[in-house]
Design a protein around this ligand. Structure first.
Ligand code: EPU
Length: 336
C-alpha cells in the first residue's frame, strides 16, 4: 500500500516533524519488488531503516520506503564459528543481544548502537574498539533499476571508517535486504578500550563473558548517550577528524593531553567530542536544540526543533572548531 503526506516524526530518532510525499512499507523481498515496480518512477526513492542517522530539514518530495524485513537464520556452522543471516529491517541491538545470549562473540562491543541491521554495513558501524567489517561475511542487495538481487562480499563493500561503497560509488542504487555475520563460539573478549575495562571492574564480576562486555557497553552508553526516546538525537553528529601530525603538534602546544589515535598511514585521528568541548560548546542550548551535556559529539532536540535549527547549530560548531583548531569537522549524520 502506498500512502501520501505521511509525517516522518515517528521514523527518525531526532523526532523531526516533516512529511514524505509518499510512503510504503516492505516486510520481504517480494513486497519491496512490488513497491518498486508499481511506483511513480519520477519520484526519487528514499530507503528508511531505523532513522537513527538522518537529519530531516524539509518535507521530502520522495517515495519513502520503510524497511521491515525480519528474520535471523543460522546458515553455516563449524566447531568454532557460526554464520547468521539477518533481515535488514531487524533492529541492530536485538541481533546483538541474540548473539550474546547464545554466547557467540564478535559484535558484543557494538551493543545498543541505534539503527537497523541493513544500515550496519552502509557505514561500517563501530564502537569500543570493534567495527562490523571484522565479522561481516556478505550481504544481499536488490539493484533498484534491474530488480536483480546481488551478493557483495567484504572486499566489494569497500569498508572504511564509517564508510562503504553504498555511501560512495553505489549510493542510492541498491536496497540491502539481508546481511550475514560470522560469530565465534570461543570468543576472544576485547576490553582494550579503557572505559570497558573500568566498567567491568565496577560491575565486580568474576568471569568475563561476551554478555559481561555487552552489559558493560550498555552501561557506558546509557550513562553518556541520550536515549532517543527521551531526547531526540542521532548519536555522533560528526566524524572524528583525521589530521596530519603537524596539526596535532600545533594543538598539543596548548593541550598536551589532547586525545589522539595514530593511524596506519602516520596521520592522527582526533576526538571531535573533545574539540567541541574545549571550544566551549558542551551543554550549550540554542533555541530548541543543543549540544549534549555529557557527550559533546551528540546534538539533541529538546522538543520542537526543526532540522534547519539543528543544521545551523552544526554549521556554527564547524566554523568555530575551524577557527580555533584549524580542523574541519565533517558531519556523520546524513542531511536530507
Ligand atoms: N571527549 C571529551 N568530551 C566529550 C566527548 C569526548 O573530552 O564531550 C573525549 C573523551 O574523554 C575521550 C575521547 O574524547 O578521550 C573519545 O571519546 P569517546 O570514547 O566517548 O568516543 P568518541 O570518539 O566521542 C566514538 C564513536 C561513537 C562510539 C564511541 C565509543 C565516532 C564518530 N563516534 O565516539 O559512536 O560509541 O567512539 O567507541 O566515531 C556513533 O557513531 O553514533 C557513536 C556514538
Amino acid at each position: 500500500m502506498i500512502e501520501h503526506n505521511i509525517s516522518l516524526k515517528p521514523y527518525n530518532t531526532f523526532g523531526i516533524d516533516v512529511k514524505a510525499s509518499s510512503f510504503g512499507r516492505f516486510g520481504s523481498l517480494d513486497e519491496l519488488k512490488s513497491l518498486l515496480q508499481n511506483r511513480d518512477k519520477e519520484t526519487p526513492l528514499f530507503i528508511l531503516g531505523g532513522g537513527s542517522n538522518i537529519l530531516l530539514t524539509k518535507d521530502l518530495p520522495f517515495f519513502v520506503l520503510k524497511n521491515e524485513i525480519s528474520g535471523m537464520e543460522v546458515i553455516d556452522e563449524t566447531e568454532t564459528t557460526v554464520a547468521v543471516k539477518v533481515g535488514s529491517g531487524v533492529e541492530w541491538h536485538s541481533f546483538v543481544r541474540f548473539t550474546v545470549e547464545q554466547g557467540w562473540g564478535g559484535i558484543e562491543n557494538m551493543s545498543l548502537i541505534p539503527g537497523s541491521v541493513g544500515a550496519s554495513p552502509m557505514q561500517n558501524i563501530g564502537a569500543y574498539g570493534a567495527e562490523i567489517k571484522d565479522t561481516f561475511v556478505s550481504l544481499e542487495a536488490l539493484h533498484i533499476d534491474s530488480l536483480e538481487l546481488h551478493t557483495f562480499n567484504r572486499e566489494q563493500c569497500q569498508f572504511g571508517y564509517r564508510e562503504s561503497v553504498f555511501k560512495r560509488a553505489l549510493k542510492d542504487q541498491y536496497v540491502i535486504v539481508s546481511v550475514s555475520y560470522q560469530l565465534a563460539k570461543n570468543p576472544i573478549i576485547n576490553t582494550t578500550y579503557g572505559a570497558i575495562q573500568s566498567e567491568i571492574e565496577v560491575m565486580g564480576v568474576n568471569e568475563i563473558t561476551v554478555d559481561t562486555v555487552s552489559q558493560a557497553v550498555m552501561n557506558i552508553r546509557r550513562s553518556k548517550l541520550p536515549d532517543p526516546k527521551v531526547l531526540g538525537n542521532a548519536g555522533s553528529f560528526f566524524k572524528n577528524p583525521v589530521v596530519s601530525k603537524d596539526v596535532l603538534a600545533q594543538i598539543q602546544m596548548d593541550y598536551p593531553d589532547a586525545p589522539h589515535y595514530p593511524q596506519e598511514n602516520g596521520d592522527e585521528k582526533l576526538a571531535a567530542g573533545w574539540l567541541i568541548e574545549k571550544a566551549g560548546w558542551k551543554g550549550k542550548r540554542i533555541g530548541h536544540c543543543g549540544v549534549h551535556e555529557l557527550q559533546a559529539l551528540v546534538l539533541v532536540n529538546y522538543g520542537g526543533a526543526t532540522g534547519n535549527e539543528i543544521y545551523d547549530l552544526s554549521s556554527a560548531i564547524i566554523t568555530d572548531i575551524h577557527s580555533k583548531f584549524g580542523v574541519t569537522l565533517e558531519r556523520e549524520v546524513n542531511i536530507l
